[in-house]
Design a protein around this ligand. Structure first.
Ligand SMILES: NC(=O)c1ccc[n+]([C@@H]2O[C@H](COP(=O)([O-])OP(=O)(O)OC[C@H]3O[C@@H](n4cnc5c(N)ncnc54)[C@H](O)[C@@H]3O)[C@@H](O)[C@H]2O)c1
Ligand SMILES: O=C(O)C(=O)C[C@@H](O)[C@H](O)[C@H](O)COP(=O)(O)O
Ligand SMILES: [Zn+2]
Length: 385
């Protein structure tokens, strides 16, 4: 029996609210919440045509959603996008623009993004820019998108010279994270999502980190038998849904404090400085979450080298990453000089200096722009085998 996270253990739907100086919107997490989409759009006053952009692997869900919205009286256009990071491209963006313009998109319409972070970022950027901006609704279908990508309004595409280099902040009007969709998510993609959940624990919520550790211990999860999603295990899915809601709460809190990354929001980039560089250098062979896990380990080791935290933090973070199926070894073929070159293009660079998000303890990070290059080189060349 797993101890409940809340007093009433069967909480199937959690509603959180992002509140910034420019907007306010609900983030709703739970099993089956997608079925409420039509009513929620109507409550929000979104009565124009809906432009549903769906990952190709969600084609069946897109069809059901389209039928449901049509039955609710909406005019709906639906398009599918090839899965994978390469769809965060000018080519796919252009294809979305063509589809919208040819079919007569209007300012009062809304774009619905159904998929993982790739679809959320791509369709979100299309929504941010078409007709100078139309409403956006995020319908995340991966763990990673539910806890991170769908919330907070970062949208964009990649440039051949770097990840996410072209984009816009465009907050959604609504985020509906239906955890039932996770039943079909491939295990590797689920594991990649855990990286951002664990990141949220390290940067801001020690009790989330501990809850993940306790769950892993209770279930006997480790590197050989890592966490999984088992739709037939109601107790597990209920508990995981609560964990997801807590991870979402971290993102909601950070974005509400700092919508445009002028301060605290930079902490969400923990693990991303080296992570993004590896992701790009390996031609997106490794998943975003997998690279973030490697980057978190490297950042923690930088923190140890600077005397900011004890080596035990690295070990504890590694053990948790392993229990959720994530490895931290920098792949052999990664060119360290190229990593060093790429991190100078990081969006966090200020006055020519890379700003590093580094842990001091589980639940707290600091930002440092004085990390000596020798420390980074040392950390890259001593990656765990
Ligand atoms: N905007 C942000 O704040 C933010 C935050 C984190 C990550 N990101 C971006 O998100 C992207 C990664 O997102 P991701 O990990 O969701 O990957 P993804 O969007 O590529 O989806 C992962 C894979 O799972 C498949 N899939 C999605 N949902 C499914 C489902 N329910 N059942 C079966 N298959 C399903 C997809 O077809 C794809 O092959 C990266 O580009 C990253 O840069 C953005
Ligand atoms: O929302 C944010 O802010 C984040 O940094 C979340 C990250 O997990 C995400 O990968 C984001 O896309 C990275 O942003 P970038 O500005 O470094 O491209
Ligand atoms: Zn990320």
């Amino acid at each position: 029996m797993i101890a409940p996270l809340k007093d009433s253990s069967i909480v199937m739907t959690t509603t959180l609210t992002v509140t910034t100086s420019t907007t306010q919107y609900p983030v709703i997490v739970g099993a089956g919440v997608l079925a409420t989409l039509g009513d929620r759009l109507t409550e929000l006053g979104l009565r124009g045509t809906l432009w549903l952009v769906a990952d190709e692997h969600l084609a069946a869900v897109a069809e059901q959603t389209t039928t449901m919205l049509q039955a609710a009286g909406y005019r709906v256009h639906t398009i599918t996008v090839p899965s994978g990071e390469t769809s965060k491209s000018f080519t796919e963006l252009h294809r979305l623009y063509d589809w919208m313009i040819e079919n007569g998109i209007e300012r009062r319409d809304a774009v619905l993004a159904l998929g993982g972070g790739v679809i959320g970022d791509l369709a979100g950027f299309a929504a941010a820019t078409i007709l100078r901006g139309v409403a956006l609704v995020q319908l995340p279908s991966t763990l990673l998108a539910m806890v991170d990508a769908a919330v907070g309004g970062k949208t964009g595409i990649n440039h051949p010279l770097g990840k996410n280099l072209i984009g816009a902040f465009h907050q959604p009007r609504l985020v509906l994270a239906d955890t039932n969709l996770l039943a079909t998510l491939p295990p590797r993609e689920l594991r990649a999502g855990w990286a951002e959940v664990i990141k949220h624990g390290v940067i801001r919520d020690a009790s989330l980190f501990t809850a993940l550790e306790d769950l892993a211990a209770t279930r006997g999860w480790n590197a050989a038998h890592p966490a999984g999603w088992n739709a037939a295990d109601a107790e597990l899915t209920t508990y995981l849904t609560e964990i997801i809601a807590r991870a979402v709460a971290v993102k909601v809190a950070v974005v509400s404090n700092d919508e445009f990354e002028r301060g605290e929001r930079i902490t969400l980039n923990y693990g991303h400085t080296i992570g993004h560089a590896i992701e790009q250098l390996l031609g997106y062979r490794l998943l975003h979450g997998e690279c973030v896990a490697i980057g978190m380990d490297a950042a923690a080791r930088i923190a140890v080298a600077l005397g900011l935290c004890p080596p035990a933090l690295v070990e504890r973070q590694r053990a948790l990453l392993a229990a959720y199926g994530l490895t931290v070894t920098i792949p052999d073929e990664t060119d360290h000089t190229a990593i060093l070159r790429l991190i100078t293009r990081d969006k966090k660079v200020q006055a020519g200096k890379v700003r590093w998000v580094l842990p001091t303890t589980i639940g707290q990070v600091v930002v440092r722009s004085d990390v000596p290059i020798e420390v980074i080189e040392q950390v890259l060349s001593s990656s765990a085998g």
